[in-house]
Design a protein around this ligand. Structure first.
Ligand code: AHR
Length: 521
């Protein structure tokens, strides 16, 4: 594993301080109040914020999505029906592929043509296991077809060439010509729609260990050769900063900002002092709960600061910030293959997800795409599989509950909440966001980060005439509640009756450690 995180304990301590202390005395012990200002609608909450990331890593692709056409596991053209069906239920808008670190060593020609003739290689990044190249370009677009998602392909800048990248783009998108003919011979006559294209991944690390100046020049060069056919557009995303590397964002925007449409940012929630990941995904106490949620909340500060730099070079906000890798990174589950990054997923992960999705609402003008890492069996996954078995994680349920946020209009929500604290970690107890969905309905999400105390939130509804409310809740008596193949429904959404509309106000009693999503009528 060549992962390199530039984060120090000192930086983490400072971040925790900045996020947590100032308003403590103002709100501690007070009831939670909020105002939703529907009369001042914000930007669109782009559905691409719910993008999923599927890398050739562990069982993220092989076993998790792809079982092959001859498998006994029910499949359609090689992709397992149970997983695809669950993903369709989430309305996954975009799938990012083939990496990650894998992308900067991926050579697309090895993944086309007769499967039996494709080279079998070693996945040098992830576990040193065999990479059969059974899933290549055609199979990826078949997955997109089945799920109903758009493409986001990361190109190889690390050990590839501009020519190789240009030819891959041409192979996928050209309506005519020799590469279009080759595509047709391989079974797909019509060009595919290539919505997003990443100019490498983590060029500061596994993508080539580049300095920002060099990476920015390389981005200009490679992006020049990513050409969309007439009357089409390929949205180009530059490889962005790791965590708080603001110099990277500054340099990329200054040197290459005019050549791309988006700039990425990667931030993983890493409790227990950061890299390398060591926190147990399931066996944790309240300290681990608070540490993790505190780390998740750091995305607010990071997006704020990276956006401020982007504002200097792009005040019109033409270039979007794509937080295209985020989520928890814990120690691997015991007994799993080294380098496969397989981790269980608990109610704590669900809160990490809701915190991120709420914070992305606050920054929806600049954050127009994000991708949780990853879709199946890897890191903060939506879905875990084992052979023919499949289970949905608490994170999946949060993504399902937040579906109305896709392409909705953000409604500003100001929450004044008491603070929840444990040991050195202190944070507002309530996280939330509100949107007006495309059908005109107002939806409100509220999470209670406090694992011990319920919290009653009184929300002023400015510009909303509602007389009733319905909703669902994700919670459990245990902080580490999770689903297993033996008990797949140990934690799942349930009807919520703790909200009412009283005198034009929404009053919600949030149980401890819960995620609630409401619809106003
Ligand atoms: O998601 C796992 C890895 O994390 C990705 O391959 C890489 O981009 C990041 O470092």
């Amino acid at each position: 594993m060549t992962k390199f995180f530039r984060r120090s304990s000192l930086a983490m301590l400072m971040a925790a301080t900045v996020l947590s202390t100032p308003a403590l005395a103002d709100t501690d012990g007070q009831p939670t109040t909020a105002t939703i200002e529907a009369s001042k609608p914000g930007p669109v909450y782009h559905k691409e914020v719910f993008t999923q990331f599927a890398e050739h890593l562990g069982n993220g692709i092989y076993g998790g999505l792809w079982v092959g056409k001859n498998s006994k596991i029910p499949n359609t053209n090689g992709f397992r029906n149970d997983v695809v069906s669950a993903l369709k239920d989430l309305s996954v808008p975009v799938i990012r592929w083939p990496g990650g670190c894998f992308a900067d060593e991926y050579h697309w020609r090895e993944g086309i043509g007769a499967p039996a003739k494709r080279p079998v290689k070693v996945n040098t990044h992830w576990g040193g296991v065999t990479e059969p190249n059974a899933v290549g370009t055609h199979e990826y677009f078949e997955l997109l077809r089945q799920v109903g998602a758009e493409a986001y392909i990361s190109g190889n800048v690390g050990d590839g060439t501009p020519r190789e990248m240009a030819e891959w783009v041409e192979y996928m998108t050209a309506p005519a010509g020799s590469l279009a003919d080759e595509r047709a011979r391989n079974g797909h006559k019509e060009p595919w729609k290539l919505q997003y294209f990443g100019i490498g991944n983590e060029l500061w690390g596994c993508g080539g260990s580049m300095r920002p100046e060099f990476a920015a020049d390389e981005t200009r060069r490679y992006a020049t050769f990513v050409k969309a056919p007439a009357d089409t557009k390929i949205i180009k995303v530059a490889s962005g900063a790791n965590v708080d590397d603001y110099n990277w964002t500054e340099t990329m925007m200054r040197v290459a900002g005019d050549k791309v449409d988006g700039l990425s940012l990667h931030y993983y929630t890493l409790p227990e002092g950061g890299w390398p990941p060591k926190a147990d995904p399931v066996n944790f106490d309240e300290h681990g709960w608070a540490d993790t949620l505190n780390e998740a909340r750091r995305i607010d500060e990071l997006v704020t600061k990276h956006s401020a730099i982007m504002d200097k070079y792009d005040p019109e906000k033409r270039v979007f910030l794509a937080v295209d890798e985020w989520g928890t990174w814990f120690a691997q589950d015991p007994g799993t293959h080294p380098g496969f990054l397989r981790q269980q997923n608990t109610l704590r992960d669900a809160l990490v997800a809701s915190i991120h999705l709420d914070i992305f609402a606050k920054h929806a003008d600049r954050v127009r795409m994000t991708a949780i890492a990853q879709m199946v069996n890897v890191l903060q996954a939506m879905i875990l599989t084992d052979g023919s078995k499949m289970v949905l994680t608490p994170t999946y349920h949060v993504f399902e509950m937040y579906k109305p946020w896709q392409d909705a209009t953000v409604l500003p929500i100001a929450i004044k909440s008491p603070y929840y604290g444990k040991d050195q970690f202190t944070m507002p107890a309530v996280s939330g966001s509100a949107v007006k969905a495309k059908d005109g309905k107002v939806h409100v999400a509220l999470s209670n980060l406090d694992p011990n105390q319920s919290n009653t939130v009184t929300i002023k509804l400015d510009g909303i005439s509602a007389s009733a409310v319905s909703g669902r809740i994700l919670t459990s008596s245990a902080m580490n509640a999770h689903n297993t193949f033996a008990a797949p429904d140990a934690i799942k959404p349930a009807a919520f009756t703790g909200a009412s509309v009283q005198g034009g106000q929404l009053v919600v009693t949030l149980p401890a450690k819960s995620v609630v999503v409401l619809e106003l009528q």
